[in-house]
Design a protein. Structure first.
Length: 156
């Protein structure tokens, strides 16, 4: 991803009056991101600030997301929103930013948070050769049953 902020300011909280912005991560953000990734047990291999977007409120990181590229497949590696800021649409803002800068129309996620990603517009993939190929590329060992889901920007 290029080092850009989303063209639109993502909102002003009615409660706090603080501006929430989503931008590409910087190298300085990576210590915080790596700490949170470990805390929530996300894949911390090959972390690069170029894969991340962060949501900030008055300069403080309140959430982040990762867009990983494996072969020719783009995958949402995670969306994390700080516990005290959840339920306010910040995850959606982070996803929108990642999708805005994704050079392909179809993006995948391997998740056990199926309902959350359905709300964000992802659909479970049916068994097919494509699913098997993508599953094999993205699958990593972990806890819980993972479901492969896709998001097609052309359907929106």
């Amino acid at each position: 991803m290029e080092n850009k902020e989303s063209a639109k300011v993502t909102g002003i909280s009615d409660l706090t009056g603080k501006v929430v912005r989503v931008r590409h991560a910087t190298e300085a953000d990576m210590a915080f991101i790596a700490e949170q990734m470990k805390k929530y047990r996300f894949d911390t291999n090959n972390l690069s600030y170029g894969d991340f977007a962060v949501a900030t409120e008055n300069g403080d990181i309140i959430g982040f997301g990762r867009l990983k590229k494996t072969s020719d497949i783009y995958e949402i590696g995670c969306i994390v929103v700080m516990e005290n800021r959840r339920g306010k649409g910040i995850g959606r803002m982070i996803l929108d930013h990642l999708l805005e800068f994704t050079p392909v129309d179809k993006v995948y996620v391997m998740t056990d948070w199926v309902d959350y990603f359905k709300k964000l517009g992802f659909a479970e993939m049916k068994s097919s050769k494509e699913q098997t190929h993508i599953f094999n590329l993205l699958c990593n060992e972990g806890e819980g049953k993972k479901v492969l889901m896709s998001y097609d920007k052309t359907d929106r």
